[in-house]
Structures are given as C-alpha cells and as structure tokens.
Design a protein around this ligand. Structure first.
Ligand code: KPL
Length: 302
C-alpha cells in the first residue's frame, strides 16, 4: 500500500531581531515550519506580528536546537562576516545559509569559510517591514523576492530551501544566475541611498530636476564598471529601474538616509565602496561615486 506523503519541514534558524528577520521568522512559523531565532540572549522572544490582515502575538524560541541546518541571515552587510564566523561552529556539515542584505562584497569573503557540503544562497527582497518598537514587527509593504544559489553545495538542497523561502518572503523567483539581479539592486542602492543620505531627503525627492544630473552621472558610471565586471546593462535599463524604484518608494526614507540621520553605522562601503573597489581592479575612474563617497565618509560615524 502506498505510504501517505508527509512533508517534513526543515528546522530554520533566523539570525538577529531585525525587521526582515522577524517578518521571515513569523511567516515561516505561521506556515508550519519549526523556527528558532539566533540572538544575543537565550530564551523565548515574544513579539507582535502585524500584517495588513491581522495582528498576532508570537513567541519563538532562541538557540534551542543545534547544529543549525537551515539558516536565514538577514543582517547588514558590514555585520555578515563576523556573524558567520560566530555561527560556523554551530553549523551542520551540510548547512544551508541564506544571506539577505543591501550591497555586495560579502559573498567572496564567505565562500572560502564554508565546508564542501555547506550551501550558500542569496535572497534579495522588496518586502517592507519595520519595528515601531523592540517587540513589534509591521509588514508594511507586500513585496517579492529573488533567490539564487551561490555554490554547488546549495544545489543539493535546492527544493527544501526554495520552499522555505517561498513561505518566508515569497512570491519568489528562483534564478539560475543571481548575479545580474544583485548588480541591478546594487545600481538602485548606489544611486538612491547615497544621494538621499547626503541630502537627507525622501526617495521621491530624487525625481526633482535638481538631482537629474547627479542621478545620470551615477548611472553612467555604474554601467561602465558593471560592464568591466562582466555585467552588461544598458544605461536606459538602469535609468528605468532607478526611476521606477524612486516612484514606488517616493514616500520612504532609504536605509542609508536613516542610518546617517541616526548616526548609525552604514552600508556605504558595501555599496559605493564596493563599486569603487571594482573600478580600481579594472583601472576605471568613477568621479561621481568617488565624490559622494568622500562627502559621506566625512559624515559617517567613526
Ligand atoms: O533598498 C532600499 C533601501 O532603502 O536600502 C531602497 C530600494 C532604496 C528603498 O528605499
């Protein structure tokens, strides 16, 4: 007799207590996944999850099950390397690690640290979430996500990771090659984030004609360096994407604007800084990105 088909969900560990992390953990939990948080303090984390349809009180355990086999790491780019170094002793030999952050430059640092069977993924999401206080997360904007494997070991557990990420941050597009999507997101962040941080304005302000020349130069230089790095975009395609995001997020303050406004550490080195490093490797000059980098560096907290 045929056995009934039972779906066994992997046990997921979500690192940190950031808005996207808690949103993902809540949605995984509500979809029936066993989930724990990895955070500084042990013990259950109680929080309220508010979405457009409901408000629910949830309690998720922290660090109750080891080794970690499936890990979502939605932490800022500058914190990724230290977080992974801390996690390494806790990972199973075939653990699957999903990164999700703005900017680039972390993947190259992490791949050599992993064991041959440990998979690395990247998820880029447009879901909006924020924490009005420490123990509330609001799902403020329905978005979508793209997911891609970054090494061979990821492909061995493709189905299980894709299903879980669909539940956490779907609708999901799985890409055989995630790099063009990462570069396209980098373009958006390399134009909107530094300009809004410098001028302390909302994203929508950038459609004002006084910013048109700066936007155009940043895009032209981006396309130049992306091409040298093997990513061929037309200026028009990037212009369209940047304009679309400015329009769609007109009322938002970018993450970098907020980091500068609050004097917090920021992702400049992983966005503009990453582009400048790429330019140096390919002997290119990016005067507009260089200028905005220097201006923001002077305003960055030491
Ligand atoms: O990703 C963003 C950010 O703020 O970091 C954008 C897309 C620019 C939206 O604000």
């Amino acid at each position: 007799m045929a056995q009934p088909h039972t779906i066994t969900h992997a046990f997921w560990t979500v690192v940190g207590e950031g808005a996207i992390g808690l949103l993902s953990a809540a949605r995984l939990h509500l979809a029936g996944y066993p989930v724990q948080l990895h955070r500084r303090t042990a013990g259950p984390f109680d929080f309220v999850f508010q979405s457009a349809v409901s408000s629910q009180s949830l309690s998720l355990p922290s660090q109750i099950q080891q080794p970690y086999s499936s890990i979502l790491l939605p932490v800022k780019a500058y914190a990724v390397l230290d977080a992974v170094k801390q996690l390494l002793p806790l990972l199973s030999d075939n653990a699957q690690l999903v990164l999700s952050h703005n900017g680039m430059g972390t993947i190259e640092q992490l791949l050599p640290l992993l064991k041959p069977e440990q998979g690395l993924w990247f998820l880029s999401t447009s879901h909006g979430a924020f924490k009005p206080d420490h123990s509330t997360v609001v799902h403020s904007g329905l978005g979508q996500s793209v997911l891609g494997a970054l090494n061979q070991a990821a492909l061995a557990q493709q189905q299980s990771v894709e299903q879980a990420m669909q539940a956490a941050l779907g609708p999901l597009v799985v890409m055989a090659d995630i790099w063009p999507a990462l570069w396209q997101k980098l373009a958006v962040n390399a134009v909107i984030n530094p300009l809004t941080a410098l001028h302390q304005c909302k994203n929508g302000e950038l459609s004002n004609s006084k910013y048109a020349a700066a936007v155009e130069l940043l895009i032209e230089e981006f396309v130049l360096v992306a091409k040298a790095a093997g990513q061929d975009f037309s200026i028009e395609a990037i212009q369209n994407r940047v304009t679309q995001v400015i329009r769609q997020t007109a009322d938002n303050y970018s993450s970098m604007q907020q980091d500068f406004a609050k004097g917090r550490r920021n992702e400049l080195d992983y966005i503009t800084g990453f582009l400048l490093k790429q330019a140096e490797q390919h002997q290119l000059q990016l005067p507009a990105h260089q200028a905005i980098y220097q201006l923001l560096l002077q305003k960055s907290p030491r």
